[in-house]
Ligand binder design. Structure first.
Ligand SMILES: [Zn+2]
Length: 280
């Protein structure tokens, strides 16, 4: 039986990883490389450069440098709660599910217990700090590293609904588990923060490759409820100029409508007030 190096690297992972030193020995270039791969997973798995739920993930084996100095990609995942109607399919959980399928199939063919053990040698990258559900799953899996970009605080500031328990708080409560997971926060947050800055702010800039939709334009984006809200949709940046003109026209039209309303109200007031004046 031919065993490829990735298989050997995974199979040699101990069942329980003991206390690690706190020094992160993975080069910054490799951390950045895999964080960008997590971002790319979004377009690859959702088909859009600006999915509403911009939570992408990559799971990596840094021990295997056979094909790349940065390590070996095992699987990717992206938030797919809406596509699947499954509220647990956040980016991290989707990636863990994908990895479980991959590790128990060709070429790895690990049995369940071996696949569970393999997670302890892998690193999970995610475009944003995990919610309590995902942070807990990361600790149960016993990942070697957990690397995130955009912070929970930033998500909250951008009006994302969140359960306000940080990964640090979850990790602290998980200290009795037999594994340790190194947390590496804020990797390339300056590149991922814009992915979360437009969903709840109509004036937020769309990510590259996207433009604001027009009111009434049909979109597949859940942010455009009833198509009465502008959301980010795939499109040319050039369209933004045309849209800016439309927005200006709409603003003028809105202001004119407001003035008309004001005049009508004053007129009605005058009509009501006039008889009272006659009686005086
Ligand atoms: Zn989550």
């Amino acid at each position: 039986m031919h065993l490829n190096p990735t298989y050997l690297a995974l199979f040699s992972i101990p069942w329980f990883v003991h206390a690690q030193d706190d020094v992160d020995t993975v080069p910054v270039e490799s951390r950045n490389h895999w964080m960008r791969r997590s971002v790319d997973a979004l377009a690859e798995l959702t088909g859009s450069p600006c999915p509403f739920e911009a939570f992408g993930s990559a799971i990596v084996n840094h021990s295997d440098t056979t094909n790349s100095e940065h390590g070996e990609l095992i699987c990717i995942g992206a938030n797919s709660i809406i596509q699947n109607g499954n509220p647990t399919l956040h980016g991290e959980i989707a990636a863990i599910n994908n990895c479980s399928r991959i590790l128990t199939s060709e070429p790895y063919n690990l049995v369940g217990r071996e696949a569970l053990g393999a997670f302890q040698g892998l690193s999970l990258y995610t475009t944003a700090e995990a919610c309590p559900m995902c942070a807990t799953a990361i600790r149960w899996a016993g990942f070697k590293d957990y690397v995130y970009a955009t912070s929970l605080d930033t998500l909250v500031k951008q009006s994302w609904p969140q359960i306000s328990l940080s990964s640090s708080q979850i990790f602290e409560k998980a200290s009795s588990l037999p594994t340790k997971t190194r947390m590496v926060p804020h990797v390339l947050a300056d590149e991922t923060d814009p992915l979360f800055a437009w969903q709840f702010n109509e004036n937020g800039k769309c990510p590259p490759g996207c433009r604001r939709s027009r009111i009434g334009e049909k979109t597949n984006n859940p942010a455009a409820v009833g198509d009465t809200k502008r959301t980010c949709v795939p499109g040319d940046k050039g369209d933004e100029d045309g849209l800016a003109g439309e927005l200006a026209d709409e603003a003028v039209a809105g202001a004119a409508k407001g003035l008309r309303g004001l005049w009508t109200a004053l007129f009605n007031l005058f009509k009501v007030a006039a008889p009272v004046g006659d009686e005086l």
